[in-house]
Design a protein around this ligand. Structure first.
Ligand SMILES: [Zn+2]
Length: 159
């Protein structure tokens, strides 16, 4: 009897629970989370989404004077299979994407002039038909972050 009441008190149906789980999984496996988890597992520590810096960088490594952006190919106008502008409302989208690209360029210039090294990980490096093995993406990033070079930019796309 007690057990049956406990079951009835469960506010989620199995359908709702399944839906919630699928949402959580989808969010947790997004490219940014893959990079965050991977670098953390390699022992690298960072600040997230620092609004004090131009472009609100996704990951900031103050000791290494390095910054990592994880960019969606569509929104940031990457020239790859994930970055294709839709046919309908093409003018609207290309204008919107062009504005994002202009903001990116401005933020990158400011950051570099302040002495930051920049790495951009494009979504297509981790998702879609040309994605690379996660380990190799993390390896390239870690090498960049641990380098003692004062300048340099790293761009990681799908192959
Ligand atoms: Zn791309």
């Amino acid at each position: 009897m007690a057990r049956r009441q406990a079951t009835r008190a469960d506010p989620l149906t199995s359908e709702q629970r399944r839906l919630n789980m699928s949402r959580i999984r989808a969010r947790d496996t997004g490219p940014e989370m893959v990079i965050r988890r991977g670098l953390h597992a390699l022992g690298l520590r960072y600040r997230l989404h620092d609004r004090r810096l131009p472009g609100t960088p996704d990951l900031v490594f103050p000791g290494a004077r390095a910054i990592v952006f994880v960019n969606g190919c569509f929104w940031h106008g990457h020239e790859c299979s994930l970055g294709v502008t839709p046919r309908s409302n093409a003018a609207f989208w290309s204008e919107k994407i062009a504005r994002t690209q202009a903001r990116d360029r401005e933020a990158f210039q400011k950051l570099e002039s302040e002495g930051w090294r920049l790495a951009v990980v494009w979504e297509c490096a981790l998702r879609g038909p040309v994605r690379r093995p996660v380990e190799s993406v993390l390896d390239d990033l870690a090498t960049f972050l641990c380098s003692d070079a004062e300048r340099g930019r790293l761009d990681i796309s799908g192959e």
